[in-house]
Design a protein around this ligand. Structure first.
Ligand code: PMP
Ligand code: GLN
Length: 381
């Protein structure tokens, strides 16, 4: 017999980044900023290394960081969190997701996923023996069909996994949608695993509200954040979970056998970062919003139909008005090979029967890089 993951493709992000390198392309595929985050955090991390923070930190994470996570929950969302019993540090949001799924999902449990979905959800749930029930959002508006969501629940539903703000479609769920999701979770007595890594990357006219802050949800939600996004250090892989003690306890049992800990110097630096003033957080979103406006305008003038973008690092476009041949996958392949611009086909984020005309561009890049990408696309089209 073959190992379980035989035949599973390498992720679309890794594949596109590799193709970008091979073709010397501007990489607007994989989501990572091309400038470093705050220099004082780098200094704090380096200082911690020099002063001997080099051995295993406590399994749940450094107290400084767990306190800082609890503080930001209060500061931004008025959530009262006990840092000792309700916060755990993980090696990126990815580990937080894996721990949560390992701890909460048993073979045969149904897990509701909302498509387009972030790539690791499906294999993780399936590997845990969970049965995936998907509810799809479709372009151009990515509106949640509440009736379809309601139909997805059965007596076997164990959890809903929701990504808000949402990658790849840059949707921020509305208050009305979140209220309905919360109501359904309560009614069906299930958990919600909330991937909120883009919580601070939300643009004007939108507001992030954790599902955990809705009625009846405080003790049902596993809320996941990532320093990668909040401080533009995606390679650091520092994530954190906020969850009621009875949920965190089994998740911590999974964590102890997955990574056990996360590098202490990085935890120390992130603790410093979370305490940054409001201007830092506002500036992060404002800078990105400017880049969004710019690339959205440029892509529209090239003829793409630009879809709404409420937050995250990404904007999606409908390529159909350009009349290019083939699917989004074909177009992205030709784009990286012929135009020298890498992007990501949105169909890669669906389990099956995907829309095949949408492309995701990552815009957390320096202005000159965005300019170069647009010039190349313009010459190619
Ligand atoms: N969830 C989503 C929706 C993401 O886009 C990412 C991106 N990297 C992650 C989780 C993983 O975060 P981390 O790098 O902290 O593991
Ligand atoms: N989250 C990033 C994206 O959506 C990729 C992270 C990864 O490559 N695993 O592009």
């Amino acid at each position: 017999t073959n190992p379980v993951f035989t035949g599973v493709e390498t992720t679309i992000f890794e594949r596109m980044s590799r193709l970008a390198k091979d073709h010397d392309a501007v990489n607007l595929g994989q989501g990572f900023p091309d400038v470093d985050g705050p220099a004082d955090l780098v200094e704090a991390a380096a200082q911690a290394l020099r002063t001997g923070q080099n051995q295993y930190p406590p399994m749940l994470g450094l107290p400084e960081l767990r306190k800082a996570v609890a503080d930001t929950n209060k500061r931004f969302y008025d959530l009262d969190v006990d840092w000792q019993r309700e916060v755990m540090v993980t090696s990126g949001a990815t580990e937080a997701l894996a721990d949560s799924i390992l701890a909460l999902i048993e073979p045969g449990d149904e897990v509701i996923l909302i498509e387009p979905l972030y790539d690791c959800y499906l294999p993780m749930v399936q590997r845990a023996g969970g049965v995936v029930v998907s509810v799809r959002l479709t372009p151009p508006n990515w509106k949640l069909d509440v009736a379809a969501l309601a139909r997805a629940f059965t007596e076997n539903t164990k959890a809903v996994l929701i990504n808000n703000p949402m990658n790849p479609c840059a949707k921020v769920f509305s208050d009305g949608e979140l209220s309905e999701i919360a109501r359904l979770c309560v009614e069906n007595d299930c958990y919600a695993i909330c991937d909120e890594v883009y919580e601070h990357l939300v643009f004007e006219g939108h507001q992030h509200r954790p599902l955990m802050s809705y009625e009846g949800m405080r003790d049902r939600c596993v809320r996941i954040g990532s320093a990668g996004k909040t401080f533009s250090f995606t390679g650091w892989k520092v994530g954190y979970i906020t969850a009621s003690a009875n949920l965190l306890e089994p998740i911590a049992k999974a964590h102890q056998f997955v990574t056990f800990t996360t590098p202490p110097n990085l935890q120390q630096a992130v603790a410093t970062g979370l305490a940054k003033d409001d201007a830092y957080y506002a500036g992060l979103a404002q800078d990105l919003q400017k880049k969004r406006d710019r690339i959205a305008g440029d892509l529209a003038s090239l003829g793409f139909r630009v879809l709404p973008c409420d937050g995250t690092y990404f904007v999606t476009v409908d390529a159909s008005p350009l009349g290019l041949e083939g699917s989004d996958q074909d177009i992205c392949l030709r784009m990286v090979q012929e135009a020298g611009v890498a992007a990501v086909p949105v169909s890669a984020f669906y389990v099956a029967e995907a829309p095949t005309n949408c492309i995701r561009f990552c815009f957390c890049k320096q202005d000159a890089v965005l300019t170069e990408a647009i010039a190349r696309l313009s010459a190619w089209l």
